[in-house]
Ligand binder design. Sequence first.
Ligand SMILES: *[C@@H]1O[C@H](CO)[C@@H](O)[C@H](O)[C@H]1NC(C)=O
Ligand SMILES: *[C@@H]1O[C@H](CO)[C@@H](O)[C@H](O)[C@H]1NC(C)=O
Ligand SMILES: *[C@@H]1O[C@H](CO)[C@@H](O)[C@H](O)[C@H]1NC(C)=O
Ligand SMILES: *[C@@H]1O[C@H](CO)[C@@H](O)[C@H](O)[C@H]1NC(C)=O
Ligand SMILES: *[C@@H]1O[C@H](CO)[C@@H](O)[C@H](O)[C@H]1NC(C)=O
Length: 435
Amino acid sequence: MACKFTTLSLLLLSFSLAGSQLLRSDPDPGSTDCTGRWVHIRKLPSRFNLDLLANCSDYPVYDNFCPYLTNHGLGQKTHNRSHSWYRTDPFMLELLFHRRILEYPCLTSNPSGADAIYLPYFAGIDALRFLYGVDVNSSAEHGLQLLEFLQHDSPHIWGRNGGHDHFLVMARPAWDFSQPLSNDPPIWGTSFLELPEFFNVTALTLESRAWPWQEHAIPYPTSFHPHNLALLESWFDRVRRSQRTTLMVFAGGGGVSSAPNIRHSIRAECQNSTTRSNPSFKACEIVDCSNGVCEHDPIRYMKPMLQSRFCLQPPGETPSRRSTFDGILAGCIPVFFEEQSAKSQFGWHLPEEQYGEFSVFIPKEEVVLKGLRILDVLMAIPRADVRRMREKVIEMMPRIMYRRHGSSLGLRSKKDAFDLAVEGSIHRIKSRLTT
Ligand SMILES: *[C@@H]1O[C@H](CO)[C@@H](O)[C@H](O)[C@H]1NC(C)=O
Ligand SMILES: *[C@@H]1O[C@H](CO)[C@@H](O)[C@H](O)[C@H]1NC(C)=O
Ligand SMILES: *[C@@H]1O[C@H](CO)[C@@H](O)[C@H](O)[C@H]1NC(C)=O
Ligand SMILES: *[C@@H]1O[C@H](CO)[C@@H](O)[C@H](O)[C@H]1NC(C)=O
Ligand SMILES: *[C@@H]1O[C@H](CO)[C@@H](O)[C@H](O)[C@H]1NC(C)=O
């Protein structure tokens, strides 16, 4: 472990040095129009980011997340010869976002000339000590140290726009950061998003609340991080060529108790359908992902998703799920059971008005309470429509994936999840400041 950790520190050190060099040199002015898109990376003491990684093995209740830190948060490659596939932990988004913003073309070292100010704070990783660690009873304090710093170190940067021009990534559902300050002891979560001092800041979370004010959801990272156009295009080919011999797949856990809920209905329907015999076409498949067995093992679910026409995306512990993005990557048409699962969440990446073109919506009440069969709904969709929807899913794919840092120029010309997140943040900041 000690040896592993040294390699990691070296890796991170070289990455922060590379970053400061990038910051000093001016971006290439010829190729990019940076008007209205300048970002300043606020310099924070390392206790707000890199130091936090040193405790990656301190949270046994959670998991030892040291292996997921490698490759700037992409994790280890799935196998040695893999070019694009990693064992990515979605909660490491703060790291990979940080790495990616170092190569954003419109960085400025001058905060007063910036349209947006990025806080390289690993908020979700810092939250672990409140969620699972020694500070579990002081979760109202999450964010206070950062606030202290912002208010006292060059306070004009923070004060200039009342915090409106600042943004940061908080790579967990907003639910984990919205514990009311009045709950003592806390029930679950820290109170970062409840602190009035941070109300004006744009927080990029993996899931937003039903009526969010300061947060906006961005895609969960998947395991696919290509670094050039050829790799992306060969994946497109694989997805298009794939024989889809299963109608629908559900990759997830839960729904095993008999309490009526949508996951239970899916399991029941699937068990019924598998008793039918048609060897060349399967109606339904369940990939058992209970106890987190799929989390860092994309092969388990990508293959079944490539072989299915539809991917069922019921709400889990929270409404949204990473699997929505894995499915899109596989060209598998998502089936949603509530709007909170995606439509009301990821508008920057999956435009709301296009849901009808790339996804199916079946209200969960119809299934759970009224006995509507998912199978019947999906079987009734004409083949031509299925093909059209799949093409639309494939068209969405670059928008929801996070390409690897240091990608080729060709791949950089396609906007990925990171690009759209920065663009969305800047746009949102601008609209806040002009109203
Ligand atoms: C890491 O854990 C140690 C021991 O629990 C603690 O003293 C230290 O403050 C932690 N470091 C960070 C950056 O959280
Ligand atoms: C993969 O690479 C590691 C380290 O480079 C090596 O130890 C291991 O034997 C390789 N595995 C295979 C299957 O080639
Ligand atoms: C937190 O508070 C609860 C109830 O007051 C107590 O049982 C528990 O030991 C405390 N945990 C820590 C880590 O202090
Ligand atoms: C948030 O912005 C509003 C103006 O939109 C300002 O009045 C308020 O003071 C700001 N809050 C903080 C904590 O700076
Ligand atoms: C499963 O099959 C049984 C017998 O055919 C039927 O009564 C039941 O409604 C079916 N359940 C579901 C969820 O389709």
